[in-house]
Design a protein around this ligand. Structure first.
Ligand code: FEO
Ligand code: CA
Ligand code: CA
Ligand code: CA
Length: 670
């Protein structure tokens, strides 16, 4: 028997990324070989003729913004918070004194003075009237199917327009992966553990309520729209891969009906009020056959960490009829949270890779543009441009926009001499990291633009298609979000310990702390084939001697930050950054940080909260207009065992930590 990919008691050095998380969440990608062995350049090329990006961002951007916030009043999107007409910086009702960095092993939620936190919903909380209460010592697959899942990641809330005074909302949550060593009593049958694990994956929609706009959100057990998306939930595959021979299996000869979604990391919300969710580290759930395609996607032929292939033949490509099952994962999923009977969709037009998430903006010409990163060392940044245009008030039409369109991959070119990009992250002599970029077409007008590949091949094997057109190898693109007011796109590059050759958009070798790229599409047109870009920041702790860059803001006045992952915007135009991996980088707990994007405060990073021991901060939602923030606290105490837990979060008793969605708000009367 070959060696399993995961040994439960792998050694773990404090301060280093947990071996448990590495094995369970991403199939130990950091330790494994680099999947992208193509010869694409790290773009050391230098272009002298850079146009002024700021001059290029004018009326077009304003028009794009106008389109982006033209919300459909008949739609749920009417309640999506509109961005301000002009970007500005400010606190709104979310004034705070930054917290000091918290040492990595502190098992506490740390919030600013004058603020409190509470969990809105925790792993195992009952969702339906018939759901059993959470009993960690008596877990069953059936009860988990009716309860909130594990390891909440992307989280979004749409305030329900059907209720007055903003008192009801719909929350959407991804459950990325499970950690059996701390979830289950060791005496529990292993097959039952796997069955519970499967039902702890997937997605949740749950209704929220509050007494008034200043009151805390709480979830509503038994609400009519509450829903779990499980491995038994049928998804429809749409777009160029639908019906392709590459996605047909014994159980689905049509190649259009896929059971389940898993490894859902981040996501996005559309202007028509649906939720997008990225199937990210799906490769770790499949036993492959060591094909060229398997290797490019990191699918190994060894037993998996979760071991689901022991229970269901579709998780091994060695079982005849299931050679293509893994091709049915790695998509962006679209869910209508308002209709609990709706069939969720997998949108193959956005390509198949380790989607962190996807975020959309409506361009000035009405086309919908979706940005998505492939979270893998040396992989790429993508954008999709819809064929059809957004129609105000026509939700049924808008829900088809992600079915058909053009798919591009990004190539970045710096404008500084290569000699000035020395791999340290030191800013070049022109005072900033910036340059030009190009979107290279993979699919256009329904046709493959990649020689030798059919359009369905491009959709299913997007990484291999992209390898052939020469995009830029990035330092693990996580969230990629357009700012609705400015149209600028923020790309969180979380880290890349393997980088040996720097380029201006990835300017640090052995990039431990990550950076954030800011893209401005030419003429403010989100559908443009060309763009300019800047780095917003090169993360790290200047006080520890790290070479950092904060858009020119004095480095000694910022909160240290490492491993940017999920991002969001507040109503005042600021970017908020959730981190994943700061303990490995700067030795502090992960947290949530604010950074203004314009004016004198641009680059001034301040820390709002820190998460408990061994947790990652995910799914930030920030309402500076209502004075609160939410985060998903993922994998608290991930290195523990059932007998020796390493976090007690959320501190309500019980034998094991419970990943939870948390709201942080002002203390009553403050
Ligand atoms: Fe699940 Fe890209 O982090
Ligand atoms: Ca992430
Ligand atoms: Ca986000
Ligand atoms: Ca991450």
């Amino acid at each position: 028997m070959s060696t399993p990919r995961f040994l439960p008691m792998l050694g773990h050095t404090r301060g280093k990324r947990s071996a448990v998380t590495c094995a369970l969440k991403c199939d130990s990608q950091c330790a494994g070989p680099v999947c992208n062995t193509s010869s694409n350049s790290y773009f050391p090329d230098v272009v002298a003729s850079e146009v002024s990006r700021r001059a290029a961002l004018g009326a077009g951007a304003a028009a794009a913004f106008a389109a982006a916030v033209t919300l459909d009043t008949a739609d749920a999107s009417a309640a999506i918070p509109a961005a301000p007409k002009r970007p500005f910086t400010g606190d709104g009702k979310l004034k705070f004194t930054p917290i000091a960095p918290v040492p990595a092993n502190v098992d506490a939620m740390t919030v600013p003075d004058g603020y409190d936190w509470h969990p809105i919903i925790r792993w195992g909380d009952p969702l339906f009237n018939d759901s059993p209460a959470f009993d960690p010592n008596k877990q069953t697959a059936e009860s988990q199917a009716r309860q909130f899942g594990y390891n909440n990641d992307y989280t979004q809330v749409i305030v329900d327009p059907a209720h007055r005074n903003g008192r009801r909302g719909l929350m959407f949550v991804n459950h990325e992966y499970t950690n059996p060593a701390i979830m289950f009593p060791p005496s529990m049958d292993k097959a039952e553990q796997r069955a519970v694990s499967r039902n702890a994956h997937g997605l949740t929609v749950v209704e929220l309520e509050r007494d008034n706009k200043n009151g805390p959100w709480r979830y509503v057990k038994g609400a009519p729209r509450n829903r779990r998306f499980l491995l038994s939930t049928e998804f429809q595959l749409t777009g160029p891969a639908a019906g392709s021979d590459l996605v047909k299996t014994k159980a689905d000869p049509s190649g259009t009906r896929i059971l389940g979604t898993f490894a859902n990391c981040s996501g996005g919300v559309t202007p028509w009020g649906t939720m997008l969710s990225g199937e990210e580290n799906f490769h770790g759930y499949f036993v492959g056959r060591d094909t060229k395609e398997d290797k490019r996607y990191g699918i190994s032929s060894k037993p998996t960490a979760q071991g689901w292939e022991q229970d269901d033949p579709r998780f091994s490509a060695k079982n005849p009829g299931y050679e293509n099952e893994a091709h049915r994962f790695g998509w962006v999923v679209e869910v209508d949270p308002f209709d609990p009977s709706s069939t969720p969709k997998k949108r193959s037009a956005l390509g198949r890779f380790k989607h962190e998430g996807a975020n959309v903006i409506v361009a000035a010409n009405g086309k919908v543009v979706a940005y998505s990163g492939d979270d893998e060392k040396f992989d790429y940044l993508y954008k999709f441009v819809s064929k059809k245009t957004y129609r105000e008030g026509d939700r049924a039409h808008n829900m088809t926009l992600l079915d058909e369109g053009d798919l591009y991959v990004a190539k970045f070119t710096g404008n500084s001499p290569a000699s000035e990009i020395d791999g340290t992250g030191k800013v070049p002599s022109d005072g900033k990291f910036d340059g030009r970029g190009e979107w290279l077409p993979l699919i256009k007008d329904g046709k493959s633009m990649v020689p030798g590949m059919r359009v369905d091949q491009v959709a299913v094997f997007t990484r291999l298609a992209a390898d052939l057109v020469g995009p830029t190898k990035m330092d693990r693109c996580e969230d990629v979000e357009p700012h609705l007011a400015t149209g600028r796109v923020y790309v969180a590059c979380t880290n890349n310990s393997n980088r040996t050759q720097a380029d201006e958009a990835n300017p640090r070798t052995a990039n431990r702390d990550g950076h954030i790229v800011e893209i401005a599409e030419d003429r403010g047109d989100q559908t443009s084939r060309t763009f300019s870009w800047d780095l917003l920041l090169v993360a790290g702790d200047p006080k520890q001697g790290d070479v950092t860059y904060f858009s020119g803001y004095p480095a000694d006045k910022v909160s240290p930050i490492s491993c940017p992952d999920n991002v969001t915007f507040d109503q005042a135009g600021n970017l908020w950054i959730a981190t994943d991996g700061a303990p490995d980088g700067i030795g502090y707990a992960d947290g949530l940080f604010r950074v203004p994007l314009s004016g004198r405060e641009r680059g001034h990073v301040t820390q709002f909260l820190a998460v408990p021991n061994q947790a990652e901060t995910c799914g930030p939602i920030v309402h500076s207009d209502e004075g609160y923030a939410m985060v998903s606290v993922q994998h608290p105490g991930e290195d523990g065992t059932w007998e020796k837990q390493e976090s007690a979060f959320p501190y309500a008793g019980g034998p094991c930590p419970r990943p939870s969605v948390v709201q942080v708000m002002r203390k009553a009367g403050r």
